[in-house]
Design a protein around this ligand. Sequence first.
Ligand code: NAP
Length: 233
Amino acid sequence: MPNPDNSTALIVGASRGLGLALAAEYLHRGWRVIATVRGSGRTRLHELAASAGGRLEVETVDINIRDEVARLRARLHGRTIDLLFVNAGIAIDPGQSINDVGTDAFVRMMVTNALSPMRVIEAFESLVPATGTIAAMSSDLGSVSANTDGGWEAYRASKAALNTLMRSFAARHAGDPRALVLMAPGWVRTDMGGPDAELTIEESIPRVVDTLSAQAGHAGLRYLDYRGQTVPW
Ligand code: NAP
């Protein structure tokens, strides 16, 4: 597909799962993509880069390591990022109630799913132009008001924290023309979503990208699912 604006996406956390599929989908739509992995091992993102005709740059960052975030920011100095999408996230022992979850697991989920994505957004937002979009991968489970069934308690709390922190970012940037999106991709068959999830990656990610594309140029924060529908806070 044509990309007349030569747009660039930065997708953080793209070694596998939804992030890898996001990178592939933006390439398919003609974008230039900068996508990140952790560590020095070869991943499926590297395989994708080999067939991307130079439009995919593989970068490295662990979002929980501030020096690595700062070094990536320095490497991308001067670049324009039309879409900044922080996708990285973890779920540790999601079946455990808050009574059972270990303190270390709780802290790791809160840091990886809420604090670190916001630190990445704070570090990179100045590269996103007025026409651009800043997104973070949330979840339907991040909705406080829709939590009537419980389950995934600590993970839910971390995505609710991400949503609240993104609202604070939006409040601090009132009047900012950029689109801000918290995305709920649906329950998807990945390492995290598991084999019983409702959706294949192919059923989710193209619609995630359609939804994000529809937000471009619309100022302010929205919490949307992969079908473009508003998720209640
Ligand atoms: P996944 O298959 O487990 O992939 C997680 C990705 O995040 C991997 O690329 C992983 O890199 C990366 N990551 C984890 N910790 C990181 C860190 N500290 N720094 C940098 N990258 C890190 O999960 P997924 O299903 O694709 O989920 C992607 C996002 O969607 C997550 O935020 C998740 O919470 C959210 N989500 C998923 C579903 C679902 O049903 N699958 C539903 C709602 C929301 P490594 O390969 O190095 O570990």
